[in-house]
Design a binder for this molecule. Structure first.
Ligand code: SAM
Length: 336
């Protein structure tokens, strides 16, 4: 009884606290979802609304229900609060910092549980230390560091300049923030499954005045169920993440689905030939690919998922590769 009372009082306190916190956050929320809202030009309310509608239309044409992949319905400028699937009627909400487009947002926490390789990154301590030492450790495997890696990725993404790019499994936004700042892309979308990574990402944005003024969108989603309409995205970048996905094949197939014809997939990971005998054990323990033992495995994975034009750069175990969606996959009905 005492436990029940203390539980219900702590729930009430946290609801009240959330309510009080949200009120002054309104301005901040509007800034976060600037692509979905009016720009702050002092040119009158009507223009603001028109601008807002145009931006909402652009975003709306990209977003899709992660259950049925049908378009999501926007109402006024409240997209960041509520999105409804026009087909199955499922409703997705935002907490004002990121839009939650996961299946698990519709269920309770127990059903949100994923494999260890995904769960690890939902830990608040990992998210806090991710850019404060954890990521720097990747240099041992030959990762050149985020600035060099982005330069390389930007070369592979030349065809996406002026278009829409998803930084898939963005974590704390180590690449998303750089992609926004480099100004090469019209829209940048940061996407991750980890709530704590996205919260940390949001904190970094708050600390950086130049980012607050930029247009971008933060989304929580599962790589196996990307909440975007088919053939709407110019490039998908996934830094150091494919080995963490519960199923690399499901992830790459989803990437291929959302890419426009000629769109590119760029990813980095590590290839360690010496780990071949332990591969199966590692995969079972980690619940994901964990590591590849030869480049050909990655190339085959992309090709099996419908991507071609393989290209790669190696540095010790580090590999960055790109593959392109051919024009013919969905455009030739005979191939369906
Ligand atoms: C090692 S971090 C890489 C982060 C960043 N891209 C980088 O280059 O440093 C791997 C990321 O994959 C994300 N991830 C794991 N499983 C995922 C899933 N099922 N869907 C989306 N992201 C996932 C984790 O939350 C984590 O942020």
């Amino acid at each position: 009884m005492a436990n029940a009372l203390s539980f219900s009082s702590s729930v009430s306190v946290s609801v009240l606290f959330t309510y009080l916190r949200m009120r002054p956050c309104r301005k901040r929320i509007r800034r976060m979802y600037r692509p979905l809202l009016a720009s702050s030009t002092p040119s009158g309310e009507l223009e603001k609304i028109k601008d807002m509608e145009a931006r909402n239309d652009t975003i709306a044409s990209l977003l899709a229900c992660p259950i049925c992949f049908k378009p999501l319905e926007l109402s006024d400028w409240t997209i960041y609060k509520k999105l409804k699937c026009q087909s199955c009627g499922k409703v997705y909400v935002s907490n004002g910092r990121y839009l939650d487009l996961t299946f698990s947002s519709l269920t309770d926490e127990s059903e949100a549980f994923m494999r260890p390789s995904t769960e690890l990154f939902r830990n608040p301590a990992i998210s806090f230390f991710y850019e404060r030492g954890y990521r720097q450790g990747f240099q041992i495997s030959g990762y050149p560091g985020p600035d060099e890696e982005l330069k390389l990725a930007n070369k592979y993404m030349e065809t996406a300049v002026g278009g829409t790019v998803i930084d898939l499994s963005c974590a704390t936004g180590i690449f998303t923030r750089r992609m926004i700042k480099c100004g090469l892309y019209k829209s940048v979308i940061g996407l991750d499954y980890s709530e704590t990574m996205l919260e940390q990402f949001h904190s970094f944005i708050q600390e950086d005045q130049s980012l607050k003024e930029q247009d971008f969108l933060l989304v929580r989603a599962d790589v196996g169920r990307l909440p975007f309409a088919t053939e709407t995205i110019d490039a998908v970048h996934a830094g150091a993440a494919i080995h963490c996905w519960p199923s690399a094949a499901n992830g790459v197939a989803e990437v291929c689905r959302v890419l426009k014809p000629d769109g590119v997939f760029i990813a980095s990971t590590q290839v360690v030939e010496a780990l071949r005998p332990f591969r199966q054990v590692l995969r079972i323990a980690y619940g994901a690919a964990g590591v590849w033992t030869e480049e050909a495995e990655l190339r085959k994975l992309c090709e099996n998922c419908g991507l071609s034009n393989w290209s790669s750069t190696r540095n010790s175990a580090f590999i960055m590769f790109s593959a392109q969606k051919p024009r013919t996959i969905l455009s030739e009905p005979d191939k369906m």
